[in-house]
Every structure is written in C-alpha cells, then in structure tokens.
Ligand binder design. Structure first.
Ligand SMILES: Nc1ncnc2c1ncn2[C@@H]1O[C@H](COP(=O)(O)OP(=O)(O)OP(=O)(O)O)[C@@H](O)[C@H]1O
Ligand SMILES: [Mg+2]
Length: 222
C-alpha cells in the first residue's frame, strides 16, 4: 500500500552552511488494512515523514510508492486524486477553517473533488455523529474545545473513504480521556472502512494500540 524505500530528506540550517539530514535512508512498508505507529521524540522527523507520504514535501533521494506507484511520478490529476481521495490526513494542528461550520469543514475534502450531494451530507452527518459532535454540527471551530476540533478533523480526514489514513500526533493536544476517545475512533473508522492507518506520535499509549510499532531514531527506522 505505502512503501518508503531509502528515503532521505535534509533541510537547510538557516544561516549555517551545512544542511541537516532529518531522514536518512528510511524504509518501511505499510500493508492494506493494517495499522502502524512510528514513534520518536520531538524534532526527530515524524511530521516530515508524513508530509513526504502526503506528497506535500519531496524527498532528496529514495522512493515513496502508493499501491506500487511512485507518488512523485503521478500526473497532476493522479496527484489530486491521491491527496483528495486515496489518503486522509489528520494534521498535527487540526487546521479547521474558522469561517466554516463544523459540517462544512468536514465536507471540505468532498468539495475539492466534486459537487456536494445529499449522499455526502448524510455521510458527513453520520461521521460527525460517530465522533460525538452531533449537537455542535452547525457551530464554528472557535466555539469548540481542542478535543472537539481534533474529533472534527478526524471526521474530515475520512469523509472520502480514504484507503490510507495518515495521522500526525492526532491526540497531541488532548487530555488522557479525549486522547483515548480519539485514538479509539481512529481505529474504529479504520476498521469499519478497511483502510490502512499510519500514525506518527511520541505517545506510547497511542502507539501501542496500532498493530505495528516502528521507532524513528537519528534519521532511521528501526
Ligand atoms: N521546512 C523546514 N525547514 C527547515 N527545517 C525544518 C523544516 N521542517 C522541519 N524542519 C526540521 O526538521 C526536524 C524534524 O521536524 P519535524 O517537524 O518532522 O519533527 P517531529 O518529529 O514531527 O517533531 P514534533 O514531535 O515536535 O512534532 C526539526 O529539527 C525541524 O526543525
Ligand atoms: Mg510533528
């Protein structure tokens, strides 16, 4: 489903001349329908790895394949399909649009692809119910708590039934109870939809719920 083959990524070091190698020959495979966690401390490169998997960043070397195809060889159309349909992303910051209601935020990835129909609305309403936010469906994000925004972001990530869910520290801003709710929901949605799930986190409790745990350390996966 998703394969990293000897992926390297460096960043320029501000004023310093040498660039910093964040990922150094990272290789792993995530199989369809399975879940995995990549764990590592702050700054180790977890968000970088997910941004590469989402094709938001390009690797310096190596290959990232989705269903056997290099995502950086996709045509513009294929890339749009990949980003909007094949994958669903839960960002480290939930990135809800403050000027849209919760319902419209959840429907946004549909709008990026096509006209919104009643079928889409019903799915959004169903997902919002699943994440326990029916009572605030027409509220704006500024009136929601951090935990509620995270749950809304989860609903938005799966609205298009993605084959692969990428979640960056999805419980980062949450207390233990809300973290438990969000991680269980993530797994429930993953199992219901038969999607693959890749979570990057420093939270060991969240990682332990995934079927595989990989450690990102000094640029490499162990
Ligand atoms: N666009 C960028 N330009 C320069 N350096 C960057 C850029 N993005 C990330 N970095 C650096 O790469 C390293 C890894 O960053 P990344 O955000 O992937 O870490 P992380 O593991 O997600 O950390 P956290 O757990 O705090 O979210 C950090 O040292 C960061 O400063
Ligand atoms: Mg991060």
């Amino acid at each position: 489903m998703l394969t990293f083959e000897n992926v390297c990524k460096s960043f320029e070091n501000g004023a310093a001349t040498a660039s910093r190698m964040v990922l150094n020959n990272v290789s792993f495979t995530l199989k369809p329908g399975l879940s995995a966690a990549i764990v590592g401390p702050s700054g180790v490169g977890k968000s970088t790895l997910l941004n590469l998997a989402s094709a938001l960043l390009k690797p310096d070397a190596g290959k990232i394949c989705f269903e056997g195809k290099d995502i950086f060889s996709f045509s513009e159309h294929e890339l749009n399909n990949y980003r909007n349909r094949s994958i669903g992303i839960v960002f480290q910051q939930h990135l809800l649009f403050p000027q849209l209601t919760l319902l419209d935020n959840v429907l946004l990835p549909v709008l990026a692809q096509q006209k919104i129909t009643q079928v889409h609305r019903n799915r959004a309403i169903e997902l919002i119910d699943l994440v326990g936010l029916s009572l605030v469906i027409n509220n704006y994000p500024t009136t929601l708590s951090g935990g509620e925004c995270q749950r809304a972001a989860l609903a938005r990530a799966v609205i298009n039934n993605p084959k692969l869910i990428l979640a960056d520290e999805p419980t980062g801003a949450l207390d233990e109870m809300n973290a438990g709710i969000v991680s269980n929901l993530l797994l429930e949605v993953q199992r219901t939809d038969g999607a693959a799930l890749l979570v990057v986190t420093h939270n060991q409790q969240l990682a332990a719920k995934m079927s595989r745990q990989l450690v990102l350390s000094h640029g490499c996966i162990k």
